[in-house]
Write a protein that binds this ligand. Sequence first.
Ligand SMILES: [Zn+2]
Length: 329
Amino acid sequence: MPSLIDVTHPRGIYLPEADLWLDPHHGKARAFVSHAHSDHVARHGLTICSEITHQLMVVRKSVKKSGTVVTPKLREVFEWEGWELRLLPAGHITGSAMLHLTRKADGATLLYTGDYKLRQGLSAERCELMQADTLIMETTFGLPKYRFPPAENVIGQMLAFVRETLEAGGIPVLLGYSLGKAQEILCALRDAELPVMVHPSVAQITEVLTPHLGALPNWRPFNASEATGHVLVFPPGAKLELPNMRTLMLSGWALQSSAKYRYGVDVALPLSDHADHPELHETVEQVKPRRIYLVHGSTREFASELRSRGYDARALGSEDQLELNLSAH
Ligand SMILES: [Zn+2]
């Protein structure tokens, strides 16, 4: 049995044998970037990412001009020094990828999920997992209480909200991040035959992603004087004051009963780009790892749940220091 690939966490996830950082927040010599959500992405000497993520980074102006960007095709083996790299669809947003590594010397393997979900969304490629000895996974929704309802139910509620608001003479405003959720909303509106207006940041990203999204509804950039009768798609932070507008936020955090008040919206519905608690367990069952590292969200809680099921699981980051200290007593 090969030895496990070394993983360290010196303020970011680092694979010392490959000299490769995974989604680092600061500029590094060599980094894998799983998707284009962070504005800090790709200010690295060498960036490995999917082609779509690279296009998004260019349009968001987050690529350092002097850096090198390598965009292996999804699912294909990419030979890199003593490693075989594979980028696998992560199902999180369009272009999001997991990284699968094989150490050629002995066949040891590692899978880094980045942000992901197993459920099939409308705008992202379906997630594809692959067996690995070491699994580094995100646990944003790592508590048992986080179970998302079927997306078609949520979208049905969203469409009902849109129609009721329009029939009452109001302007429905659907809130979701400009990259990812906004395209999911647009895809969900594709059969509704309603005119749509979008915030400029949503327009910019949707233009880049249109070749990858299939059919979209008729949309145009936001114009306040002509907004009546339209469905609006805006990012949550954008300032918008219109008479008769009603707002609906789409976020996994809408599972929390206080979400609507916290976001200051009329309605909050749980539509998420992330894996929920059952999907996290399904991931572990499919990948069959010998060791699991957890990042983001409920890392300690999910690690102890996995350990109680017999897995070698540990939280990465400052929390695991605390956890190790506690368990030593
Ligand atoms: Zn993300």
